[in-house]
Design a protein around this ligand. Structure first.
Ligand code: HMN
Length: 289
């Protein structure tokens, strides 16, 4: 489990139901055109924390059906409700996903011991490879190197999706646990992460700039660091435009311009204004180049 993994966006109909036709198109685009190594399904980018359980299941089913054996599939099943997370994990395993991933339980300020107990139960009951999803800026859960060690030592835990910017900590983690996988979750930092020991990157912007990220990763493997640094700064110009209007909204708008039915956002996310659409359209030239 390595390389560039797209955090998949979910197209919705205006009434908030999943747009299956659009979703299938986006899965194929990522596999066939972006040529990414896999898909991360049900994360923040999929707007999954706004979905009910039946929609989360529908998402997992449609994506697996469309992707088949093309690329690695990771199912993000984390939920504040542990029973729901276990049910989703069992379904993903049965569907043939390659690994599970779960966001650290959030909102309540859980202690590390409580978070560890959550993963202990989840990994025991799902009994399938698990990638811890750490996103301290969104969840408030910050882990020390020792905390990570305790989590990485749990049976079935194979790695971390590290949506953080502390490169020194990442480098230490990889050094201490060379057999585990670490994915960068900050798309504007793929280059520094790759040289610091990350095994790959999982991110939303790869829906549109996956090809560039795959290439950048190859260039780093070939030790052409000057080219890689240049590629990262090119990518970051696009990422900045996405951040200006909203990453998920920008991706959906550019997809629509390409004739892909990327649908609507899930309420309460709003749609782009006409002005913001113009900003997003500056991305189109780059991704068609
Ligand atoms: C997911 O959970 O769907 C993502 O993989 C999250 C991913 O790390 C993205 N972060 C967030 O959405 C908070 C990044 O790809 C992010 O969109 C990108 O670095 C631009 O800031």
């Amino acid at each position: 489990m390595k390389g560039i993994i797209t955090a998949l966006i979910t197209p919705f109909h205006e009434d908030g139901t999943i747009n299956e036709t659009g979703l299938r198109q986006i899965v194929r685009y990522n596999i066939d055109v972006m040529n990414v190594d896999g898909l991360y399904v049900g994360g923040s980018t999929s707007e999954s924390f706004l979905l009910d359980e039946s929609q989360k299941l529908q998402l997992l089913q449609i994506v697996k059906e469309e992707a088949g054996e093309d690329g690695k599939l990771i199912a993000q099943i984390g939920s504040l409700n542990i029973e729901e997370a276990i049910r989703l994990g069992k379904v993903a395993k049965q569907l043939g996903y390659d690994a599970l991933s779960a966001i650290t339980p959030y909102y309540y300020k859980f202690s590390f011991q409580e978070i560890k107990a959550y993963y202990q139960r989840l990994t025991k009951e799902t009994d399938y490879p698990m990638i811890i999803y750490s996103n301290p800026a969104f969840t408030g859960a910050q882990f020390s190197v020792d905390d990570y060690r305790e989590l990485l030592e749990l049976p079935n835990v194979i790695g971390v999706k590290y949506t953080d910017t502390d490169l020194a900590k990442l480098a230490k983690l990889k050094q201490n646990h060379p057999e585990k996988v670490f994915f960068s979750g900050s798309d504007d930092m793929v280059f520094p992460f790759a040289v610091s020991g990350a095994d790959g990157a999982i991110g939303s912007t790869y829906n549109l700039i996956g090809r560039e990220a795959v290439k950048l990763y190859e260039v780093v493997q070939n030790s052409d660091l000057e080219t890689a640094r240049h590629m990262q700064s090119q990518m970051n110009q696009v990422i900045d435009l996405m951040l200006e209007v909203g990453v998920y909204q920008a991706i959906k708008h550019v997809f629509k311009q390409k004739g892909i039915d990327a649908g609507f956002m899930k309420f309460p996310f709003r749609e782009l204004t006409e002005e913001e659409k113009k900003t997003a359209e500056k991305i189109t030239g780059f991704v068609e180049a």
